[in-house]
Design a protein around this ligand. Sequence first.
Ligand SMILES: *Cc1c(COP(=O)(O)O)cnc(C)c1O
Length: 393
Amino acid sequence: MSYFTHLECSVPCGAGPFDARQTHHLCTCGMPLLARYDLRAARAWSRESLSGRVASLWRYRELLPVFDGEEPVTLGEGFTPLIHARRLGASLGLPKLYVKDESLNPTNSFKARGQSAAVTRAKYLGAHTLSVPSAGNAANAMSAYAAAAGIPAKVFMPRDVKTPFIRECETYGADITLVDGLITDAGRIAAEHGGPLGWYDVSTLKEPYRVEGKKTMGYEVAEQLGWELPDWILYPTGGGTGMVGMWKAFAEMEAIGWLPHGGKRPRMVSVQAEGCAPIVRALAEGTERAEMWQGARTVADGLRVPKAIGDFLVLRAVRESGGTAIAVPDRAMVEGMIDIGRHEGISAAPEGGAALVALRQLITTGQVTPAHSVVLFNTGGALKYLDALDILR
Ligand SMILES: *Cc1c(COP(=O)(O)O)cnc(C)c1O
């Protein structure tokens, strides 16, 4: 049974609520909308009922944006392994280090989670064409789910994106436009093209459902750790969907009684690249929003987001959690990929490598101690990024 009810402004600005059976992208105030559920009624849903359910994020479907009788567009995304990283942990003096390995998702990154939820909703809202601006992985995931749903996909990526991201979109039959500039430019051009044609825009946080797919990372970490949240979560942050989603998940789980009210929450660490660190800068400067990062450059395509519409939500989550934000140089994150690989046999994207480098920094400053449990997100696999290894030659 679905507890999905309506959409609400994330600010909240006071407008709404908005009808979830109609297409809405942003609030009338221009800010992101979030999906809301009847959490009081959802207290009747027990976490024990999860055992034996499908090993995908749809095991949490009561609190996902599907109505009764609807069938999700799914390729088996989510419920990825939470690997107890004993060898990597030993090298760092951390017995309780875990890697959430998102490389095992369809299309090799956690972007599959958001796209499964967003494309499902778009299908039931009657979308005839889907479009997305992307730094790479979101375009791959959207192309795959659009193909699975039988809806044409239009993707817009920076011209200098690594070739595998372009080729993979081709294999799913997407229509590809390469633009001069960054994901923000791709977003503008996608909107200019698609707006008049009625394309359904699946941009990060410019539709309400990618967050819902990604919040399941929070549910999974809780379930996989036996309903005790870790002390720290290190999360490579671009548009911020996962950060916003996990923080929402923790609040929902408290509201439905799966986690103790006011209980311990993880300190959330936003990991970015030195060449594109708007969240790190905004946190240091104490501002509510992040300013556009000029000249964004990094080998971690997923982190090449100079300005995110949900920046204030990411900053809110980091601050409320007592966490922090750390910028990592490219060379160190590529070394981090290899460190994760050679210690654990996990295929890590530079974004995952960056999380490891940030963790080392927190150990050095004494913020993370051997008593702490730590979940490090490996948000994608290494294969599409192999060119990044050239930085070490
Ligand atoms: C998109 C992406 C990120 C950033 O994710 P957000 O939730 O949008 O902040 C990190 N790593 C990889 C591999 C990505 O593709």
